[in-house]
Design a protein around this ligand. Structure first.
Ligand code: PHE
Length: 350
C-alpha cells in the first residue's frame, strides 16, 4: 500500500475514532495518538523520504490537509463534549423556583408589652404624659415619701429586694409619685401622667405571684380633682380593656398613700357576673388599687394640699393579660417559651 493510500486511510479511520470519543480525556489521548510527535501521522510522514521528488510536494500537501482537518475535527469534538457536560451540569443543578422558601421566624411584642401599649394609647388619648421611673430607688422614695415611715406595718405588704441599706428594687410604681408631683409646674395646668414599668417583691413565686411583675401607675393632680374623676377614668379604662358592657365596682380599701382608698373590680367578662372559674364564682374580678392622693404625699412633694388634690391608681398588666387571655400561671410570661409567647402575636408571626 502506497503512502497516499495509507494517509487517506488514516484520515478516514481517524474521523470515525474522533466521532466515537465520549470524553474530553478520550479526545486528548486521540490527539496525541494521531498528531503527536510519536503519533500515527508523524510515523507515516517518516516514509516521505522514500518518495520521488515529484510525489513529495503532493503527498506533503495532502498530509498537511489531513493534519489541519483532524485538528479542526478534534477541536470541534472537544467543544461539543464541553457543551454537553455544561448542559448536563445545568440540568442537574436547576433551581426549582416552585419549592417553598425558608420562612424567617418573626418575633412579636411580648404580651405584657402589648397590654401596656394598649393602656398607653388609651391614656395618651386622654391627654396624659408617659414617664418612666427608675427601677432602683431609695428606701426613702419607695416608702417614706409615699407616707410609709420606717417601721410602719404597711411595709410588710411589700417585702423587698434591698441592694444595700438604702437602695432597693422598687416594690411599686407609686415610687414615681413624689418625683413627678414635685417636678410639676401647676401654673401650666394639671399633672396627668402614667408610668409603666417593672416592680419587684420578695413574694414566694406561685401561679399568681412573681418576684418581678409590671405596674402602670396613673397620677392626676390639679385644683378640684375629686373621687368622681377617678371613678370616671377607671370606668373608661376598664371598659376599653375588658369590653364596653363591663360594670365597674369600687370597694373601700387601704393604701398608705391614698385616702380614701379603693379597690376596683370589673364584672367578669367570661360569665358576665353569674360566677365562673375565672372570677372564682364571685362574678367580679379585682383589677387594681387606687384612691385620692394622701395630703401627706402632696405636702412632702411641696404641693399645697388645701389647694390641690389628686388621684392615683396602680394597675397590673400581668394580671390584665392573665384575665384577658385566660392564662392561669403568671410565670409563663417570664419563661421565654416561644410556644407560649407566639400565641399572642398581633401580626400572626410563625
Ligand atoms: N402601689 C399600690 C400597690 O402596689 C397600688 C396603688 C397605686 C394603690 C396607686 C393606690 C394608688 O399595690
Amino acid at each position: 500500500m502506497d503512502l497516499k493510500t495509507k494517509l487517506e486511510e488514516l484520515a478516514q479511520t481517524s474521523v470515525t475514532r474522533i466521532e466515537e470519543s465520549t470524553s474530553l480525556k478520550d479526545v486528548e489521548n486521540l490527539r496525541v495518538q494521531l498528531l503527536g510527535k510519536k503519533g500515527e501521522l508523524t510515523d507515516l510522514l517518516k516514509m516521505m523520504k522514500d518518495l520521488t521528488k515529484e510525489e513529495r510536494p503532493v503527498i506533503g500537501k495532502l498530509a498537511n490537509e489531513i493534519r489541519d482537518d483532524l485538528t479542526t475535527k478534534l477541536a470541534d469534538k472537544k467543544e461539543e463534549l464541553e457543551e454537553e457536560a455544561l448542559n448536563k451540569q445545568l440540568q442537574e443543578e436547576t433551581i426549582d423556583v416552585t419549592l417553598p422558601g425558608r420562612t424567617v421566624k418573626k418575633g412579636q411584642t411580648h404580651i405584657i408589652h402589648q397590654v401596656m401599649e394598649q393602656m398607653e394609647d388609651l391614656f395618651l388619648g386622654m391627654g396624659y404624659n408617659i414617664i418612666e421611673g427608675s427601677e432602683i430607688v431609695s428606701d426613702y422614695l419607695n416608702f417614706e415619701r409615699v407616707n410609709v415611715p420606717q417601721d410602719h406595718p404597711a411595709r410588710d405588704m411589700q417585702d423587698s429586694f434591698y441592694i444595700n441599706e438604702h437602695y432597693l428594687l422598687r416594690t411599686q410604681t407609686s415610687a414615681v409619685q413624689p418625683l413627678v408631683i414635685e417636678a410639676h409646674d401647676f401654673t401650666k395646668g394639671p399633672l396627668k401622667v402614667i408610668s409603666p414599668g417593672k416592680v419587684y417583691r420578695r413574694d414566694s413565686d406561685d401561679a399568681t405571684h412573681s418576684h418581678q411583675f409590671h405596674q402602670i401607675e396613673g397620677i392626676v393632680v390639679d385644683e378640684g380633682i375629686t373621687m368622681s374623676d377617678l371613678m370616671g377614668t377607671l370606668e373608661v379604662m376598664s371598659k376599653k380593656i375588658f369590653g364596653a358592657d363591663r360594670v365597674v365596682r369600687f370597694r373601700p380599701s387601704y393604701f398608705p398613700f391614698t385616702e380614701p382608698s379603693v379597690e376596683v373590680d370589673v364584672s367578669c367578662f367570661k360569665c358576665n357576673g353569674a360566677g365562673c372559674n375565672i372570677c372564682k364564682k364571685s362574678g367580679w374580678i379585682e383589677i387594681l388599687g387606687a384612691g385620692m392622693i394622701h395630703p401627706n404625699v402632696l405636702e412632702m412633694s411641696n404641693v399645697d394640699s388645701t389647694k390641690y388634690s389628686g388621684f392615683a391608681f396602680g394597675v397590673g398588666p400581668d394580671r390584665m393579660a392573665m384575665l384577658q387571655y385566660g392564662v392561669d400561671d403568671i410565670r409563663q410570661f417570664y419563661m421565654n417559651d416561644q410556644r407560649f409567647l407566639s400565641q399572642f402575636s398581633k401580626e400572626g408571626a410563625e
